[in-house]
Design a protein around this ligand. Structure first.
Ligand code: SAM
Length: 345
């Protein structure tokens, strides 16, 4: 767990409030972009404290918007702050903040989903993976439609040690819809245990820090929000390629309420499915009558390791796609049905 950091290590000169910036630049939140702003600086300070000690750190904030969290990050006394914002309307307000902290802020008008993080920070900050995390942090309050695909992308980066993790075990403090945060941190047997739990927890220490009630945002979203902190693990709990783990985990959770063998069976083509499913479950030592959400991380590890061996023996296995097989079968069925219709005279 990251030790909570201090905020207010650096004093910004007097500035218009975030609310005044919103009025000044007419920054009405765009519903279609799921923009919900945090104006309460005590809350933005609390988010930033979850990142840990930020004095002299290098930080990337994703989606700064009108700049509430940005102010808290600057007040923490960071060395450099990189802001990545997709909506041009926010750039003038962010420039005003940048002038208040000369030489510290770099503003990029861009999309975090495509921005190349490999070059975002100076090379001298790099640490070996086994060392303590580098003095680099990613912080952001993003729309939910962006934060889930983004964390999947960044988890794949963790597994490959590329993207923002080229610098070592870069820590992230991000907001999610409360239910998604619960899924990210759920333990075996928990109601929210899901694909996201395994994908995140096999690569990172994941901590659900605190909940922000929806009413704290302007405009008020329909859901509550939670702040989640990620620190990549030195040793992943499953040491297999990300795509292989993702395929096994997705298959297991395909039928959430059924016995886990139902989902696991979808890893194999129809011919020989039963035999191979039994072989996988026996070698991995997993009780086929457990439900997907009851499986522990070590059971997922055994399943992934055994499936990997089976794929090495039969390389056609990994490219097999159950859903594609179903789709083709349906298409063939329809074709046969249409061609066997008697012609109308
Ligand atoms: N951080 C601000 C706050 O807490 O008040 C704004 C939060 S608002 C929920 C999300 C912000 O992310 C908006 O400013 C939006 O324009 C920006 N954003 C949305 N998608 C983005 C993307 N793909 N890349 C960068 N910024 C994005």
């Amino acid at each position: 767990m990251a030790a909570p950091g201090k905020v207010a290590a650096f004093s910004l000169p007097p500035l218009p409030t975030v609310g005044e910036i919103i009025k000044l630049f007419r920054l009405k939140a765009r519903k279609q972009l799921s923009q919900n702003f945090l104006l309460d600086l005590r809350l933005t300070d609390k988010i930033v404290r979850q990142a840990g000690e930020l004095k002299n750190a290098h930080v990337c904030e994703v989606g700064p918007g009108p700049g509430g969290i940005t102010r808290s990050i600057l007040s923490a006394g960071v060395e450099q702050l990189l802001l990545i914002e997709k909506d041009t309307r926010f750039i003038p307000g962010l420039k005003m903040l940048s002038e208040a902290a000369p030489g510290k802020v770099r503003i990029v008008h861009g999309d975090i989903l495509t921005y190349k993080m490999e070059k975002a920070f100076p090379g001298h900050l790099r640490k070996n993976w086994e060392e303590e995390p580098p003095d680099i942090h990613i912080i952001g309050n993003l729309p939910f439609s962006v934060s889930t695909p983004l964390i999947i992308k960044w988890l794949e980066n963790v597994s490959k040690k590329d993207g923002p993790f080229i610098y070592g075990r870069t820590q992230m403090t991000l907001t999610f819809q409360k239910e998604v945060a619960e899924r990210l941190t759920a333990n075996p047997g928990g109601k929210q245990r899901s694909r996201l739990s395994i994908m995140a927890q096999h690569l990172c220490t994941v901590e659900n820090c605190f909940v922000i009630p929806g009413e704290a945002f302007v405009p008020v979203p329909e859901v509550d929000v939670a702040v989640v902190h990620f620190t990549p693990l030195v040793q992943p709990k499953i040491e297999q390629p990300f795509k292989l783990v993702e395929k096994v985990v997705q298959s297991v959770f395909q039928f959430r309420r059924k016995y886990c063998f139902r989902g696991i069976a979808t890893l194999f083509p129809e011919s020989g499915r039963l035999k191979r499913t039994e072989q996988l479950m026996m070698t991995a030592n997993v009780d086929p009558t457990l439900r997907p959400f009851q499986l522990s991380m070590s059971q997922f590890r055994n399943l992934c390791n055994t499936y990997r061996k089976m794929c090495d023996e039969d390389p056609s296995l990994f490219v097999y796609n159950y859903r594609e097989e179903l789709r083709l079968k349906k298409k063939m069925g329809n074709l046969l049905k249409n061609t066997s219709q008697p012609e109308q005279s």
